[in-house]
Design a protein around this ligand. Structure first.
Ligand code: ZN
Length: 131
């Protein structure tokens, strides 16, 4: 298992991108809108993992609600797993609360699922299926 990416909630990509461009010394590798999650994502690839800056595209977006409650900052940590459905069943049996009982579509058409932070020491964990 490895860290696939870290998701950072930002109020505005146009304000956050210059900060990360300074930090990383280059522009993002890609940008896309993920309709299902109502976010615009800017991705910086960093070795085996990446940083994703997430801007809400709708006031009802989970990212907008997170920022309203807790402000900008680290939103979730994503782990790559080889077999998503099997892993979800194992975690459920182990007592981890799942937000998504079945995988759904994430950025780059990957299959993702979220675990509930109430059962993972307050950290929102996302799983992504390794290709
Ligand atoms: Zn993510």
């Amino acid at each position: 298992m490895k860290i696939h990416h870290v998701g950072i909630a930002v109020e505005s990509l146009s304000a956050a991108l210059p900060v990360f461009e300074k930090l990383l010394g280059r522009p993002p590798d890609s940008q896309e809108v993920v309709e299902e999650q109502k976010v615009r994502v800017a991705v910086f690839n960093l070795g085996e993992s990446r940083i994703e800056l997430l801007e809400a595209t709708d006031p009802d977006s989970p990212i907008a609600r997170f920022i309203a409650k807790r402000g900008q900052g680290i939103h979730h940590l994503t782990l790559a797993v080889p077999k998503m459905v099997e892993r979800l069943r194992e975690l459920e049996v182990a007592g981890i609360q799942l937000i998504d009982r079945e995988p759904r579509a994430g950025a780059g058409a990957e299959r993702i699922a979220f675990l509930h932070p109430a059962s993972t020491v307050g950290v929102l964990i996302e799983l992504v299926e390794e290709k």
